[in-house]
Design a protein around this ligand. Structure first.
Ligand SMILES: C[S@@+](CC[C@H](N)C(=O)[O-])C[C@H]1O[C@@H](n2cnc3c(N)ncnc32)[C@H](O)[C@@H]1O
Ligand SMILES: Nc1nc2[nH]cc(C(=O)O)c2c(=O)[nH]1
Ligand code: SF4
Ligand SMILES: [Mg+2]
Length: 215
């Protein structure tokens, strides 16, 4: 029996988020998630999907001849074979990123991967799932993200930024407005007013293609 993963989609688009926003990227979206964030824009990946071998996934990715590959979901780390997938993508020479909820242990992820760890805010309704031990593991190759739903979430994110010195641990600290919950302009004004060492991140793909799956 070959190594397999349950996959919702593999597609080539522009990265809409993180430090590589705007760069052509292949997305591998793994099926299933143990969380239920209030705002989740990828709920279509909670179930169904197709069981595929790692060889088959690697072959489709190679067909796009990408430089960047982003493994997302659902929650990628909920499937043990996400770990060998990430390793094999790195071995193939891609610049690999992993979008993860921060609720699962990130220690086994290949160090060549940029781990994008989302610290779930109170507004997500899943903040109790945050695994704070992950923060100790972060390096400058990793990124921390807060998806902010309200002024209360913003104040909470600032307190975590300061408490854990996140801007010194991770290469990027990303503040992203929760789409539909918070006006990006309000978040931008707060970041400037407080002179924060964070990057405002807008989800570029939603401006370009609205909320279509596969973009
Ligand atoms: C769909 S999740 C998949 C990976 C992983 N489950 C996680 O939560 O990081 C990818 C990223 O999209 C973010 N996201 C989901 N819905 C969003 C929304 N409505 N507005 C802004 N970001 C959102 C998540 O918080 C996460 O950082
Ligand atoms: N274009 C595009 N960029 C993305 N970056 C992270 C995504 C995700 O759903 O995790 C995503 C996505 O769904 N589309
Ligand atoms: S952890 Fe990620 S995929 Fe799961 S519900 Fe939250 S945003 Fe959606
Ligand atoms: Mg998405």
């Amino acid at each position: 029996m070959q190594d397999t993963l349950r996959i919702t989609e593999v597609f080539y688009s522009l990265q809409g988020e993180t430090r590589t926003a705007g760069l052509p990227t292949v997305f591998v979206r793994l099926t299933g998630c143990p969380l239920r964030c209030q705002y989740c824009d990828s709920a279509y990946a909670f179930s169904n999907g197709t069981v595929r071998t790692l060889d088959d996934i690697l072959e489709q990715v190679a067909g796009y001849r990408p430089r960047y590959v982003c493994v997302t979901g659902g929650e990628p780390l909920a499937q043990p074979n996400a770990i060998p997938l990430l390793e094999r993508l790195c071995d193939a020479g891609y610049e690999v990123s992993l979008e993860t909820s921060g609720a699962l242990d990130v220690s086994a992820v290949d160090p060549r991967v940029s781990r994008v760890v989302d610290l779930k805010t109170p507004g997500s309704k899943e903040a109790h799932r945050n695994r704070y031990e992950n923060i100790e593991l972060l390096t400058r190759n990793d990124q921390v993200k807060f998806v902010i739903c309200s002024r209360e979430d913003y104040d909470w994110a600032v307190s975590k930024l300061i408490q854990y010195g996140l801007d010194r641990r991770a290469g990027e600290v990303l503040f992203s407005p929760s789409h539909h919950d918070l006006n990006a302009r309000d978040l931008a004004d707060w970041v400037v007013a407080d002179n924060l060492p964070v990057r405002l991140q807008l989800q570029l793909h939603k401006y370009l293609w609205n909320d279509e799956p596969g973009r």
